[in-house]
Design a protein around this ligand. Structure first.
Ligand SMILES: [Zn+2]
Length: 161
């Protein structure tokens, strides 16, 4: 039996898990592309390792991006060029980053018309290939799920108040 002299370094060739617990609050964080991290972090540190990053969307947590690799820097809210929607309260925080639709715009339309056209408008842009979620949305993903949630929350808030 011969053994190879150069075993694979730990983790090499093993696909990164699809989610990891956030080191700060343990919330399940999904994978995010390095392209998204690079686009939205204000100043990239020198010698940043090319590794799989994860996006923590827990509202109460300050960490935005982290990696399993302990040498990879962690990025917090203040490190990003944009405010991270699930983490930030406030009406001027964007829900759709590509087309800049903030909570206020959705709330105003709901108050005026009783409905929101945001999802339809975004969907037609997405269909036409005019969105840029990968480099504009901190999650690196399409905002439509978040839009639906925001509409629901704002509708509940307005029916209560
Ligand atoms: Zn977190």
């Amino acid at each position: 039996m011969s053994k190879t002299c150069c075993p694979n370094p730990a983790g090499a060739g093993v696909p990164a898990p699809t989610s990891l617990p956030c080191p700060e609050n343990g919330a399940r964080a999904k994978r995010v592309g390095l392209r998204t991290v690079k686009a939205l972090v204000r100043h990239l540190p020198f010698r940043m390792p090319s590794t799989q990053y994860y996006f923590c969307e827990a509202p109460e947590c300050d960490i935005v991006y982290f990696a399993a690799d302990p040498s990879a820097p962690i990025f917090r809210r203040a490190d990003l060029l944009v405010r991270v929607e699930p983490k930030e309260p406030g009406e001027d925080v964007p829900v759709c980053y590509c087309f800049g639709i903030a909570r206020r715009e959705i709330a105003d339309e709901l108050a005026r018309t009783g409905r929101s056209s945001a999802a339809e408008r975004i969907r037609s842009e997405v269909k036409a290939g005019r969105c840029a979620c990968e480099v504009k949305n901190p999650s690196g993903r399409c905002c439509l799920g978040r839009i639906a949630r925001a509409v629901e929350q704002l509708r509940e808030a307005s029916s209560r108040g």
